[in-house]
Write a protein that binds this ligand. Structure first.
Ligand code: ADP
Length: 276
């Protein structure tokens, strides 16, 4: 029977019901996703049945052992890879590559050394032929907010590691995505820079109401920045536990969170889950 749908698309959209999903959809919904990579060396089952929803404005972190499929999960949401089975919905529709409302940032900053910081940050808009005076102003304002106001016309090799990551984040935010995917964005930074950047990123992303999914190895970072922490099992990755974080009244930002008395309780809980 010809359904008019390509086989891969049919698998990708499995469980997708346009009428139901669009009305009640959370920002991201992952339903029973299995993912298998095929290579010359054989098959790797990366994800073994993952279901997760992320609501609008939520900050969710994903922690788990190396190779358990955390980056695969982000790639699926960004539409870079399609699940072998199950469905990945963003705003109730199958995830698709190049959605301007989804920003994806990796550990490596991928700044072009021959472009100024401003020109690097305008790249996404340029590719989409969307550079206007207002948008350029907005990017300059973001650079200002991230402490890079004086560096717009400098080149990447004139900036420290922390500043380069800030610039990469501004580039991600330049298209004004409402969903931000962060894959170990602070991994290569020294401890002090990392803490400061976590603080700024959490403040700016939460303050602007964006939904964020952060993949990290750092349990304290996950607890201190997030509304919920997703703990994954060893490969093939499944979700062991989802922990809602409540550090108490008046604990504002990751730096203060790290000093909160409840921090160590959550740390021990997550550590135990990862150990088992
Ligand atoms: P994590 O981010 O948790 O470290 P990944 O999602 O990067 O895990 O990878 C999950 C598993 O899938 C790993 O065993 C990895 O080697 C494998 N993998 C990832 N990408 C590919 C690929 N393109 N081809 C083959 N195997 C892959």
């Amino acid at each position: 029977m010809n359904t008019g749908v390509e086989p891969t698309q049919a698998v990708f959209s499995q469980g997708y019901d346009a009428n139901r999903d669009l009305q009640t959809a959370p920002h991201v919904e992952i339903r029973d996703v299995h993912h298998v990579y095929h290579s010359l060396e054989g098959e790797t089952v990366a994800l073994g049945g993952v279901s997760l929803t992320v609501d609008y404005g939520e900050f969710v972190s994903v922690v788990g052992p190396s190779g358990c499929g955390k980056s695969t999960l982000l790639s699926l949401i960004a539409g870079l890879v399609r699940p072998t089975s199950g469905s990945v919905l963003v705003k109730g529709k199958p995830a698709k590559l190049g959605d301007p409302q989804v920003g994806y940032m990796l550990q490596h900053d991928y700044l072009f050394e021959w472009r100024t910081i401003l020109d690097n940050c305008l790249l996404g808009l340029e590719v989409r032929r969307q550079v206007t005076r207002e948008r350029k102003e907005r990017v300059l304002q973001l650079l200002e907010e991230y402490g890079l106001g004086g560096f717009a016309h400098r080149y990447p090799d004139e900036l420290s590691g922390g500043m380069r990551q800030r610039a990469a984040l501004v580039r991600t935010l330049a298209l004004d995505p409402d969903l931000v995917l962060l894959d170990e964005p602070f991994g290569a930074l020294d401890y002090q820079t990392r803490l400061r950047l976590e603080d700024d990123v959490a403040r700016i992303l939460k303050g602007s109401g964006k939904s964020t999914i952060l993949v990290t190895h750092d349990i304290s970072e996950a607890i201190s920045m997030s509304d919920r922490v997703v703990v994954m099992s060893r490969r093939p990755g499944t979700i062991r536990r989802i922990i809602s974080i409540d550090l108490g009244e008046g604990v504002e930002g990751p730096l203060a969170a790290r000093r909160s008395p409840r921090m160590s309780e959550y740390f021990n809980l997550i550590w135990k889950e990862l150990e088992e």
